[in-house]
Design a protein around this ligand. Structure first.
Ligand code: ADP
Length: 530
C-alpha cells in the first residue's frame, strides 16, 4: 500500500499521530536538555573566572601592601599571559578612573568602546603613576566609566552570558561571561583597582557538533523504536475497529449471526447492566454494545418470526372452526336442531379471537410506551375483590374456591400508588391464568404481604394447579411464550404475563414466578405503598 493511502487508514492515522507526538516530545526534551547544559556550563565558567580574579586579587593586594609596583617581579604579567593562553580569558586591571594599568589583551569586539587617550603626566599623588608610563607610545586605553565597576564597588560580581552592558560588540552565537572584583587599599576603605576577567562563552563552538550528532543519533533510535512499538500497539487498537466495521457491513447485508470477538469477554444483553463486568476500556464497551445491538436485532427478528407464526396459528385455528361450522349450517350438514350448539362454539371462538386481538394491540402499545399512565392512590384490597368478582362465573364453572386475606366489608383499605385500570389488568391476567390452569374443584389464593419497614407491598397469586416446570420459569414472561399445553391447557395467546410484566415495569415494580406451597404456580409482584 502506498504511504499516502496508508496514512488515510485508521491505523495509518494512529501511527502518524503517535509519531508526531513522539517527535514533539523529543524536541521539547532536547530543548530543555540543551538549556540545562547551557546553564550549567555558564555557571561553571563563571566560577572559573571568579577563581582567576581571586588569585589575581591576592597577588595584587600583597604587592600593594608591601609597597611594590604592580609590574615588579613580572610574575603577575606571566600569570595573566598564562591565563590567556590556557582559558582564553582576558584579565584587565583597571583604575577607578578607567585607565587600564595592565591587561593580557583586548578582544576586537571591545575595541570600539575603549578610548585611547593621550598619555598624561602622572600626578604625584597617584601611587600607580609609574605604571602608566609603561604604556608609552603616547596612548593609554581607558574604559568609559559605566564599564569600570560593573555596578558594584563593594563586592565581586559575575555577569553570566551577555555583552557586559554593551561593552562587547554583538557577534551572533557569542556571548560573554565577565567577573568584576574591586581591590581595596590597606585600610580597606577605598577601591584602588578593579580586576575584570572576561571570557567568550560559545556553547556552539565547544559542543555543537558533539551535541547535534548525539541528539540526531538518539532521536533516530528513539523514533525507530517508537515506530516499532506503535505499529505493534496500533494493531491492538485498530484490530477490533476493523473487525467491527467488517461485522457491521455483514450485518447490513442481513447476516445477524455475526459477533465481534474482542476481547474474550462475552456479555449477553440484559435489561439491567451487570455492574460486575464493568468497567472495560472504550473499545471493549463499543464492541460489547455492538454485539448486544446485533443480538437484540437478531432477537427481535426471531421475535417477529415467532409473532407472525404465532398469530397465524392462533388466528387460523378458530377461523377454521368458525368457517367449518358456518359452512355446515349453510349447506345443511349441521341440522337446524344442532345449530344452537354450534353457534355457541362459534360465539366462543369469536370471543377468543377478540381477546387475542385485544392482547396483541395492548402488547404493541406497551412495546412502544404508548400508554398514558394515570397514577393515583387507590385501595388494593378493593381492586382484588373486584377482580375476583369479575371472574366469578369462570370460578363457578370450575367450582374453584378463592382464599384471600381480605374479608369483604370488614377489611381496612390498603392504599397503593399506580394506574388502577392497568393494575386491574395485571391481576386479571394472573387470576384468570390461575383459573385456567387449575383443575375442577381447585383452590386459588390471592394474598398481600407487607415486609417490615418496606415502602411496598407484595401481592401473591397462587393456585394448586400443575405449576410451572422449572425450565419454563425463566421464559414465562416472554412474548408469545406458552408452556407445555398438554399440562396447562390449550387456549391463550402467550401475551398475558408479558403484558403484566410490562405494566409493572412501567410502574417501576417487579414480578417473579415460582412454585407455590399449595402445589401449583405462584406469582409475586410488588406495588408501591401510598
Ligand atoms: P397464556 O395466554 O398462554 O396463558 P401467559 O403469558 O399468560 O400466556 O402465560 C404464559 C405461560 O405461562 C402459559 O402458557 C403457561 O405455560 C404458563 N403459566 C402461566 N400461568 C400459569 C399458572 N397459573 N399455572 C401454570 N402455568 C402457568
Amino acid at each position: 500500500m502506498r504511504l499516502k493511502q496508508y496514512s488515510q487508514t485508521f491505523r495509518g492515522k494512529v501511527v502518524l499521530s503517535f509519531m508526531i507526538a513522539t517527535l514533539i516530545t523529543f524536541l521539547v526534551v532536547a530543548v530543555l536538555f540543551y538549556n540545562g547544559i547551557d546553564r550549567t556550563l555558564r555557571q561553571n565558567q563563571a566560577k572559573q573566572l571568579e577563581t582567576v580574579s581571586q588569585a589575581v586579587s591576592e597577588v595584587l593586594t600583597e604587592k600593594l601592601n608591601r609597597g611594590l609596583q604592580i609590574r615588579d617581579g613580572g610574575e603577575l604579567e606571566s600569570y595573566l599571559e598564562f591565563i590567556q593562553s590556557t582559558y582564553g580569558a582576558y584579565v584587565w586591571i583597571v583604575q577607578p578612573n578607567g585607565t587600564l594599568v595592565m591587561d593580557n589583551g583586548i578582544p576586537y569586539e571591545a575595541r570600539e568602546n575603549i578610548l585611547y587617550l593621550p598619555q598624561k603626566e602622572p600626578a604625584s599623588a597617584d601611587i600607580l603613576s609609574s605604571e602608566l608610563i609603561q604604556w608609552g607610545q603616547g596612548q593609554r586605553p581607558v574604559l568609559p566609566s559605566p564599564y569600570v565597576s560593573g555596578g558594584s564597588t563593594t563586592s565581586r560580581i559575575s555577569f553570566s552570558g551577555g555583552n557586559f552592558m554593551g561593552l562587547f560588540k554583538n557577534v551572533p552565537g557569542v556571548s560573554w561571561i565577565s567577573v568584576v572584583q574591586p581591590v581595596f587599599d590597606s585600610q580597606d576603605s577605598d577601591v584602588q583597582l578593579y580586576i575584570q576577567v572576561h571570557m567568550r562563552y560559545n556553547l556552539h563552538t565547544v559542543n555543537r557538533s558533539y551535541m547535534i550528532s548525539s541528539m540526531v543519533l538518539s532521536m533516530s533510535v528513539s523514533l525507530l523504536l517508537a515506530l516499532i512499538i506503535i505499529i505493534i500497539f496500533s494493531h491492538a487498537i485498530t484490530k477490533p475497529i476493523n473487525e467491527l466495521s467488517q461485522a457491521a457491513s455483514k450485518a447490513a447485508m442481513g447476516d445477524l449471526s455475526v459477533r465481534v470477538n474482542y476481547p474474550a469477554v462475552k456479555t449477553t444483553y440484559q435489561d439491567e447492566p451487570d455492574e460486575s463486568v464493568l468497567p472495560f476500556d472504550d473499545v471493549t464497551v463499543l464492541v460489547n454494545t455492538f454485539n448486544n445491538m446485533i443480538e437484540r436485532l437478531e432477537m427481535s427478528n426471531s421475535d417477529r418470526r415467532d409473532f407472525l407464526s404465532s398469530i397465524s396459528h392462533d388466528l387460523r385455528t378458530p377461523l377454521t372452526s368458525i368457517s367449518g361450522f358456518v359452512e355446515g349450517m349453510l349447506d345443511g350438514t349441521i341440522p337446524p336442531e344442532k345449530q344452537e350448539r354450534y353457534l355457541k362454539i362459534v360465539y366462543h371462538e369469536t370471543q377468543r379471537l377478540r381477546n387475542l386481538v385485544n392482547d396483541m394491540s395492548e402488547a404493541v402499545k406497551l412495546d412502544y410506551n404508548n400508554i398514558p399512565y394515570n397514577m393515583r392512590n387507590f385501595d388494593l384490597n378493593r381492586l382484588i375483590l373486584d377482580v375476583i368478582a369479575g371472574l366469578e362465573s369462570l370460578l363457578n364453572e370450575k367450582d374453584i374456591s378463592v382464599q384471600t386475606d381480605i374479608r369483604e366489608g370488614s377489611s381496612k383499605p390498603l392504599m397503593v400508588v399506580g394506574d388502577e385500570e392497568q393494575l386491574n389488568r395485571v391481576l386479571y391476567n394472573l387470576v384468570s391464568n390461575a383459573i385456567k390452569f387449575t383443575p375442577q374443584g381447585g383452590v386459588i389464593a390471592v394474598t398481600t404481604r407487607h415486609p417490615a419497614g418496606a415502602r411496598f407491598v407484595e401481592v401473591y397469586v397462587e393456585d394448586n394447579g400443575p405449576g410451572i416446570e422449572p425450565q419454563d420459569l425463566p421464559h414465562v414472561f416472554e412474548r408469545f411464550y406458552k408452556g407445555d399445553r398438554s399440562r396447562t391447557g390449550n387456549s391463550g395467546s402467550g401475551l398475558g404475563l408479558y403484558i403484566a410484566r410490562s405494566i409493572l415495569q412501567a410502574h417501576g415494580q417487579r414480578i417473579k414466578a415460582g412454585r407455590s406451597a399449595m402445589g401449583g404456580a405462584c406469582f409475586i409482584f410488588t406495588l408501591q405503598l401510598a
